[in-house]
Design a protein around this ligand. Structure first.
Ligand code: ADP
Ligand code: MG
Ligand code: ZN
Length: 591
């Protein structure tokens, strides 16, 4: 009690005007507690749930930023039960809507999804609930198109509001409204009319991840300038972030992954994110050959196969899902022990979200990214058409290539947040001392690389170099091969690092060439390339140093570092110390 009083006092000192959202002295508080236990069968609230519930029940507009699986749905499903009339839930995907409706049925809550698949009865009972206020349906799920396209539905909403039956509007995946986000959806724009048309109905926006810029933009688009923003901490202390250089052959890579799984994650569930459908199939096939139960998952599977794979994995009949990013929304498995990125994500935000599916139970889990040089160009030709696609990818590449910054700090700075430097707790390759940087003067090879690119271009269109070809030339192979000894002696990996470095400093630039079948990325001199001609210029680049130190690794991943918070009884999911992890040993230029 004393602690609570102190907490309250502190809170009041900080803000005298805002109610104390986390306390339970609102008129509805006892009912909220009761529903949590009796209807949802849950014991306690998770971080930010009670705050959100109290604020939305106070008719305030709210944006809740909470990572996937954190429990956003409860924040509107519970209030819906103690509010008069209906809660309108705008959701981007019909499949997600149907899942939600089925899930609510299990709790004995009546909900309906209004879409092309809805039955006549559903449509009728929704109409009754909305217009007459005497239905049993408490939640109505719709897509944004329904609001923009269906005149009939719009009229129904209008009537519902007039009768005082529209108690709350929830917008799921609310970041889709912002053009600055990765998942901008034009049809979310229509949602700007909601506040104008229904000024007295509070809006609750939900999202898993959002940068400051996106949040500001979202408030603006939805006309909710005074919305309260709740955000669960971005830092996930139990996740170990690691980046490795991707072995160049499929076989070596599989061996590396296999060693990792066998040594650290025997029978523990995991996800391997791949770039393409083909990659998911190849990785899964190779793992299966070694007896690891795995299956591919991608957009081309039928809905049934998707459900089947998903369920088998949830029930631990499958250990590993090799998936494209199609495997994402709606994953709810708390004990994922590793998320491996077979290839880099298209942005740091995407990486944070994808890797964040590991360790939801609070126990240690590994997020490992394999950085492959050619993957940059596969991604760049894909994201090229997105407004901020190339910039976002650039940030992702910088994250992967950074050798001196704590991975947590790098992610935090992407979200314009600061996490205390201590809070990494040696839970990343850099802080744990696995990866360290050594600065090296690369002026000579850098000029030679630029020269190689220029002379290839001078030979005419057919001689232009892709990233891969440039690496060949640097090694002294091919038509435009270099004669610079310093460059030739560098070793493939360092040359690749140098090219990436030059791209990020704009000494080089990607130039995209479109054919009817694919987009090719050529390397061409960049806007800063002339600077290299100045004789005084000196270029420094960090090079990798990897310490093979099992003790460091062991300490970093020790389960005793973590106190379990959510689900007692799952402590058998400990993180076993790796005994035989195959790390690509880097000695080449590790002088
Ligand atoms: P999100 O939409 O944020 O990704 P969900 O709302 O789907 O997450 O919730 C994820 C899982 O967490 C669900 O299985 C849900 O039942 C569970 N959950 C949510 N809140 C709580 C809670 N307070 N206690 C226990 N489980 C919870
Ligand atoms: Mg959700
Ligand atoms: Zn760190």
């Amino acid at each position: 009690i004393e602690r609570e009083l102190k907490q309250r006092q502190n809170f009041f000192l900080e803000s005298t005007s805002e109610p104390v959202w986390q306390f339970e002295d609102f008129p509805w508080s006892s009912e909220v507690r009761m529903k949590l236990i009796e209807v949802f069968k849950m014991k306690r609230f998770r971080p930010k749930q009670i705050e959100t519930i109290n604020a939305t029940l106070s008719n305030r507009d709210v944006i809740l930023i909470m990572s996937t699986g954190g429990g956003k749905s409860l924040c509107y499903q519970l209030p819906a039960l103690i509010s008069k009339g209906i809660t309108l839930v705008v959701s981007p995907l019909i499949s997600l809507m149907n899942d939600q409706v089925l899930g609510l049925k299990k709790f004995g809550i009546q909900a309906a999804a209004m879409n092309s698949e809805s039955s006549k009865e559903t449509i009728y009972s929704v109409k009754r609930a909305m217009e007459e206020g005497n239905g049993t349906i408490k939640l109505v799920y719709v897509t944004p198109e329904k609001i923009s396209k269906s005149k009939r539905f719009k009229a129904q909403l209008e009537k519902c509001y007039k009768c005082g039956n529209l108690s709350r509007i929830v917008i799921d995946e609310v970041h889709c409204a912002s053009q600055w986000g990765n998942d901008f959806r034009p049809d979310y724009k229509i949602l700007s009319i909601l506040k104008r048309q229904f000024p007295n109905t509070p809006i609750l926006g939900l999202t898993a991840t959002s940068t400051e810029k996106v949040t500001v933009d979202t408030k603006d688009i939805l006309n909710i300038p005074f919305a309260i923003v709740f955000r669960t901490p971005l830092n996930r202390p139990n996740l170990f972030y690691d980046v490795r250089i991707k072995p160049s052959s499929h076989k070596d890579l599989i061996e590396d992954i296999l060693n990792l799984i066998l040594n650290c994650f025997e029978k523990k569930p995991g996800i391997i994110y791949c770039f393409s459908r083909k990659d998911t199939e190849e990785v899964s096939k190779s793992l299966s050959e070694y007896g690891i139960k795995s299956a591919p998952y991608h957009a081309y599977l039928t809905t049934e196969s998707k459900t089947q794979v998903h369920n088998a994995w949830i029930e631990n009949k499958l250990q590993v899902i090799c998936a494209t990013v199609a495997f994402g929304m709606g994953i709810d498995k708390p004990d994922v022990r590793f998320v491996i990125h077979h290839s880099l994500s298209k942005s740091v935000e995407n990486y944070y979200q994808e890797s964040g599916r590991a360790g939801r139970d609070g126990l240690p889990a590994l997020c490992l990214l394999y950085f492959g040089f050619t993957d940059i160009f596969r991604q760049s030709s894909m994201v090229l058409t997105e407004r901020t696609g190339l910039d976002n990818l650039q940030r992702m590449v910088e994250y992967s290539q950074d050798l001196s910054g704590c991975r947590r700090n790098l992610i935090a700075s992407y979200f314009q947040e600061t996490w205390e430097s201590l809070s990494c707790n040696e839970m990343c390759d850099v802080c744990a001392g696995i990866t360290t940087a050594k600065i090296r003067d690369v002026t000579v090879p850098c000029r030679a690389l630029l020269h190689t690119v220029q002379s290839a271009e001078a030979k005419g269109e057919g001689n232009r170099l892709t990233g891969l070809k440039l690496v060949d030339c640097a090694a002294g192979r091919g038509k435009s091969k270099t004669d610079c000894e310093a460059l030739k002696n560098m070793g493939t990996e360092q040359v690749q690092r140098l090219i990436v470095h030059m791209l990020s400093k704009e000494y080089l630039r990607e130039d995209f060439h479109f054919t009817p079948y694919r987009t090719i990325s050529y390397i061409t001199p960049g806007p800063q390339s002339e600077l290299l001609a100045e004789t005084t210029v000196q270029l420094l680049m960090p090079t990798t140093r990897i310490k093979q130190n099992d003790d460091i690794y062991k300490r970093a991943l020790s389960p005793s570092k973590f106190i379990e918070t959510e689900t007692p009884g799952t402590s058998t999911n400990s993180f076993k110390r790796p005994t035989r992890v195959a790390r690509p040993v880097k000695t080449e230029h590790d002088e």
